[in-house]
Design a protein around this ligand. Structure first.
Ligand code: ATP
Ligand code: MG
Length: 667
């Protein structure tokens, strides 16, 4: 008998949702893998499975739901609770259905480590450093050790491989420095521990290490009956170790993903995690595949399939759709990136005229800087937008300043943060700051330094944080004006920060969340649009994972951009870039436009003083598959008049704009 709330699912989706769930039984099912292509309803199925578990008697507080971003966790939680509420005939979801343990691996790891801090030698008030903080500290340590500049790109931790292997395989030219690097990393670890700091990688490393202690692993594992993971193709070796530590026999474990969408290899994610999952267990995990795509029209799906069919290896199969009709995706050839920005802005407005909201549309790109020209154009036309990926709100220097003060209040041992705060003061450079920090060692710096306003240590809770923010900001204001030319615009970001903080009950949880999963960049001049307002989404392809829009634009579908010429070397890197294009294309429901500027201005291409880069269509769309696309040239009217520019009544000084751009980007 099928429950009504599962009736909308297809047969395989239902199988996956119901796998091992028996009414009033223990419900701890054998391991399950759902592997299927984009838009086949994997995330939807996971939400239904969570709901079905709860309706069948599972304790929602004992469900661990691991997703790729906090946004995704919140969305999945909302969906599951809505399904449960409907099933129970309630108007609003009850408190018993809220999922306290849903979030990213990093956020959940931080909570678990804090919870067990006393028994694993950690200070429960440890602070979390983002990647930039980490790099700062590593530099500081290197400087103190008197070691010369070594390759900063080295990332051994998440691959869970020994240093000598990583060096030999990936950085053969560094092998000679192995001893130095060892000294450096040891000192780095000691520095972090002395200052009660964990960085992103540490959250997973410490969690995985904790799971190697049988008693602790058993205790953490026993907190959860069900562990469900979305986007499993983008997990790394440590995350796989953690999962296996939580549920060694796989019972209660469900993972979901698509190997064709693996796009985080550059951060040591390994697609083998998902492919090898079934074989980890005896008997092997059950595998459910989904075959129907519910997201895209047939022509969009066909073009996406054609792109990914050229991949060297792939497990998931092509999907079919019942959404017949609709136009083929457009391949738009365009003179340069200024015209590209125009074309996109114009088409977006046309769509809006035709009744499509801005929120139904998204512009995707390989690298955050690719949208610069478009951002200028959108501002010019007063089209509100929000940008995901790239420079995050929290990484902006002024936001970081304020957070540093709060973070220092939270953990006075955090030297990197103290270093930053002290150097905000006029006349204090690295040397004096370091001296001051030495002098302050073991004392509360807020007592010791008369220049700092509130003694912050005692303020635990949010009310205290709020009353703290105001004096802190008053203290900060003159520094903001001195440090940044656009202080007024930046001040709006700080108001936004205050609004975000208002949603938290403690300073600790606010800082943890903000560092782990920062809100997106805001600093466009109009300030962030409010929740009810309509706005366009700009996003890196990486940050667009799992999402969908009616109309999708992909910028710069040319060689050098997709695949990116940044750090693309091996055949594997190229394959990852191909999957990125597939991820981008499969975000579209009804309309898809790929843009091919034939020429654009680029950084680091200033050979002979020429900043024009001539580009050709991405190698991922070879002639053999172009029949899946509709070829267009823009501007449309210019084509008709064969090169005679049509009168628009608009004059702009593009040279001035270009100069302005280069001055701003400091090149
Ligand atoms: P991705 O690989 O991009 O993460 P996915 O496999 O997780 O995609 P979902 O995001 O869950 O796919 O679903 C894609 C779209 O299809 C959503 O709009 C969802 O509501 C819809 N959908 C999923 N299953 C069904 C179904 N059985 N009937 C109708 N619509 C469905
Ligand atoms: Mg999904």
């Amino acid at each position: 008998m099928t429950r009504s709330y599962l009736a909308d699912l297809n047969r395989e989706q239902r199988l996956a949702s119901e796998h091992g769930v028996v009414a009033r039984g223990s419900n701890i099912a054998a391991p399950l893998l759902v592997i299927a292509g984009a838009g086949s309803g994997k995330t939807n199925t996971l939400a239904h499975r969570v709901a079905h578990l709860i309706v069948s008697g599972a304790d929602a507080s004992r469900i661990l739901l691991l997703t790729f971003s906090r946004r995704a966790a919140a969305e999945m939680g909302r969906r599951a609770r809505r399904i449960v509420a409907n099933a129970r005939g309630e108007n609003t979801p009850g408190a018993s259905t809220s999922l306290p343990w849903s979030g990213t691996f990093h956020a959940i790891g931080a909570r678990i480590l804090r919870g067990h801090a006393p028994s694993i030698g950690l200070d429960p008030a440890f602070t979390i450093h983002d990647r930039e903080d980490s790099a700062d500290l590593l530099n500081l340590v290197r400087h103190e050790l008197g070691l010369s500049e070594k390759d900063k790109r080295l990332r051994a931790t998440n691959a869970a491989e020994p240093l000598d292997v990583v060096l030999r395989e990936n950085f053969p030219w560094c092998a000679a420095w192995e001893a130095d690097l060892r000294t450096l990393f040891e000192a780095f670890v000691v520095a972090k521990q002395r200052q009660h700091i964990l960085d992103y990688d540490d959250l997973l490393l410490y969690w995985a290490e904790l799971m190697r202690v049988p008693e602790l692993a058993a205790a953490v594992g026993a907190q959860f009956d069900h562990v469900l993971v979305d986007e499993y193709q983008d997990t790394n070796a440590l995350q796989a170790t953690i999962l296996l530590g939580l549920k060694p026999d796989g019972h209660g474990l469900t993972v979901v993903g698509d190997d064709a969408q693996a796009i985080y290899g550059f951060r040591a994610a390994r697609v083998r995690n998902i492919l090898d999952f079934p074989k980890l267990f005896t008997p092997p995990a059950r595998v459910v595949t989904l075959e129907q795509n519910y997201r895209s029209t047939a022509p969009i799906l066909a073009a996406s399939n054609a792109v990914i069919d050229l991949a060297r290896e792939r497990f998931t199969k092509d999907l079919r759709t019942e959404r017949t009709g609709g136009a083929r995706p457009a391949l738009v050839t365009i003179t340069d990136d200024i015209a590209q920005a125009n074309c996109v802005a114009e088409t977006i407005l046309e769509n809006r005229e035709a009744g499509m909201t801005l929120k139904d549309q998204a512009v995707l790109f390989r690298t955050a800087s690719h949208s610069a020209m478009l951002e200028i154009e959108l501002n010019r036309r007063n089209i509100p937008f929000v940008k995901f990926g790239g420079l995050k709100f929290i990484e902006a220097a002024h936001v970081k300043d304020i957070l540093s003060i709060l973070r220092w209040a939270e953990n006075v041992a955090d030297r990197v943060t103290g270093f930053r705060v002290l150097q905000m003061l006029d006349g204090i450079g690295p040397t004096i700051a370091a001296k001051a920090l030495d002098r302050l060692a073991g004392r509360d710096p807020f007592d010791a330094l008369a220049t700092f306003t509130p003694p912050a240590r005692a303020t635990e809770h949010w009310r205290a944080l709020l009353t703290l923010m105001q004096p802190l900001r008053q203290w900060y204001q003159p520094h903001l004006e001195e440090r940044y030319a656009d202080a007024v615009v930046r001040a709006a970001d700080l108001d936004q920060l205050q609004r975000i903080a208002a949603g938290y009950t403690s300073r600790e949880s606010f800082l943890t969340d903000l560092t782990l999963d920062p809100p997106s960049a805001t600093s466009d001049e109009s300030g962030p649009p409010s929740r009810d307002e309509d706005y366009l989404i700009l996003s890196t392809i990486h940050s667009a994972k799992g999402q969908e829009w009616k109309s999708v634009f992909v910028l710069n579908v040319v060689d050098g951009c997709i695949p990116s010429d940044l750090g693309v070397g091996t055949a594997e890197d190229i394959e990852e870039e191909r999957r990125l294009l597939y991820v981008a294309m499969t975000r579209a429901k009804d309309h898809l436009m790929l843009l091919l500027p034939q020429r654009f201005y680029a950084h680091q291409q200033a050979r002979n003083g020429d900043r024009h880069v001539y580009a050709s269509r991405s190698r991922f769309i070879p002639a053999a598959i172009t029949a899946h696309f509709e070829h267009q040239i823009w501007p449309r009217r210019a084509l008709a008049t064969a090169g005679v520019a049509p009168a628009t009544g608009v004059t702009v000084d593009l040279n001035a704009r270009m100069r302005g751009m280069w001055q701003r980007s400091g090149t």
